[in-house]
Write a protein that binds this ligand. Structure first.
Ligand SMILES: O=c1[nH]c(=O)c2ncn([C@@H]3O[C@H](COP(=O)(O)OP(=O)(O)OP(=O)(O)O)[C@@H](O)[C@H]3O)c2[nH]1
Ligand SMILES: [Mg+2]
Length: 198
């Protein structure tokens, strides 16, 4: 009896790939959770210099620097935590505030204000390589600052509350579906999808 030789299933082809330049393992995990398998995420951990400025200026500069260093296409991201009562501060400087004064200090910054509102803002920059102007994709989630609740493995997740739950208390899929990062990556995915059909 003739046997039919089955063709091995073709490997799942990544339709696009990005080289995400970040020193932050938690960011990388979330970006992979959201983008893969449609967009394959490679990564190089480089400590990029970050300038002072608006959220957009910080990401644009980070992206140009990364493209020059890598000499190829890059994706970078800058995350800000903007307190409404403080006109957007700490904003892009949240990393240094968090390191210096922690969750308690960040709550104390708002002690004098009734308004505990805060925006988590994620700005991705994609550059096709050195000399190519970066394209930005931004996502914003409105929440409020609360005393810490939930696991403490990612930055200010325990003090950022969205609809009654802190980011840290949410399961990962839920956070990704409503987060600043998830919203920004939705825009990036739409852009990549359009590029493919162009
Ligand atoms: O609780 C959190 N939930 C998040 O979703 C989130 N995203 C970023 N961060 C923290 O906010 C600062 C941003 O600074 P940042 O954008 O410069 O990041 P980074 O320096 O760690 O990495 P990178 O610049 O190499 O990509 C750093 O302290 C990050 O740990 C988060 N904390
Ligand atoms: Mg950084």
């Amino acid at each position: 009896m003739a046997t039919t030789q089955e063709e091995p299933a073709p490997p799942t082809q990544a339709r696009h790939f990005v080289n995400f330049i970040t020193g932050n393992a938690n960011k990388l995990r979330e970006v992979k959770e959201i983008l893969e398998p449609a967009i394959q995420v490679e990564s190089q951990a480089l400590d990029l210099i970050e300038v002072q400025g608006t959220l957009e200026e910080v990401t644009l500069d980070k992206c140009r620097r990364a493209a020059d260093l890598i000499q190829g296409p890059v994706l970078v991201e800058d995350t800000c935590l903007c307190f409404d009562a403080l006109n957007g501060l700490p904003g892009p400087y949240i990393k240094w505030f968090l390191t210096s004064i922690g969750h308690t200090g960040l709550n104390n910054l708002l002690a004098a204000y009734e308004d505990k509102g805060a925006k988590a803002v994620c700005t991705f920059g994609y550059s096709a390589g050195p000399g190519h102007e970066p394209i930005l994709f931004q996502g914003i989630t409105q929440g409020k600052i609360v005393p810490p609740r939930g696991p403490t493995n990612f930055g200010w997740d325990p003090i950022f509350e969205y609809e009654g739950e802190t980011y840290a208390e949410m399961d990962k899929a839920k956070k990704n579906s409503i987060s600043h990062r998830g919203k920004a990556l939705e825009k990036l995915q739409q852009w990549f999808a359009k590029e493919m059909t162009a």
